[in-house]
Write a new protein. Structure first.
Length: 248
């Protein structure tokens, strides 16, 4: 009898080998529950006792429970960031205004730090705007500012005041501000302060403890709004003065 032979093209061999490799690798993408069933089938075909199969399935079920119980950090960050949408100062019409995304992944500690800086800058800006108004109105301290006989009334306002007194006066102002920053205007723990920027430190009160919680929140919101407006206001005054445009 004549024997017929068939030759398999190389391309067909490559396809068969590729399909075999893919079939062998599919178990890597099987879900955990299905993978346990695959392992059981293999063990039964090898005549492994049923007790061993049960133990393996129980271990894999425990591993699945641990994996499911592990919290996802991404979800925790999203919940934390969304909590600031209703924080003090997030009010109409802008709401939680964060154009730079500084609160996108911030925790409570980071938020308190930003709020502390915002309150401090707002208070400095309010003092700056008030200083502009008072000096432009002609209200000055009496006497001289130095031993050379320079009167306080001789000093200009805003940018024009720079360079009208000796450098030692500048050093004194910097030293005074440094003392306030390091020893006075700070939040001391354990003194009963209630929020970031509360500098009472158990020494000052002015009737704050007698206010209701609603009144406290209202006054804190007013301070935030006035500080924000003052920061924009003093920036506008400085820019206009440099441009030669006086609003006084």
């Amino acid at each position: 009898r004549a024997v017929q032979t068939f030759s398999v093209p190389p391309a067909m061999k490559l396809i068969v080998l590729t399909l075999a490799a893919l079939a062998g690798s599919t178990t890597a993408f099987v879900p955990m529950g299905s993978r346990a069933m695959v392992r059981q089938t293999v063990r039964f075909s090898e005549e492994v006792p049923a007790t061993e199969v049960t133990e393996v399935a129980g271990e894999e079920a425990a591993e699945e429970a641990v994996v499911e119980a592990t919290p996802e950090p991404v979800a925790a960050v999203a919940v934390t960031a969304g909590a600031f949408e209703n924080a003090l100062g997030a009010q109409a019409p802008l709401g939680c205004f964060d154009p730079l995304g500084m609160l996108a992944e911030a925790d409570q500690e980071r938020f308190d730090r930003l709020r502390f800086v915002e309150i401090k800058h707002g208070r400095i800006a309010m003092l700056a705007v008030l200083g502009q108004i008072v000096t432009k109105a002609g209200i000055r301290l009496p006497g001289d500012i130095d031993f050379q006989g320079t009167h306080f009334s001789d000093i200009g306002t805003g940018w024009s005041a720079l360079g009208q007194f000796s450098p030692y006066g500048t050093y004194q102002m910097v030293a005074f501000i440094g003392c306030l920053e390091l020893f006075v205007m700070k939040d001391i723990e354990g003194t009963g302060n209630e929020f970031p920027g509360d500098f009472r430190n158990g020494a000052l009160d002015f009737g704050w403890d007698e206010l209701s919680e609603e009144d406290k929140m209202s006054k804190r919101a007013i301070e935030l709004n006035n500080g924000r407006a003052a920061q924009m206001g003093i920036l506008a005054l400085m820019v206009h003065e440099q441009l030669g445009v006086s609003i006084w």
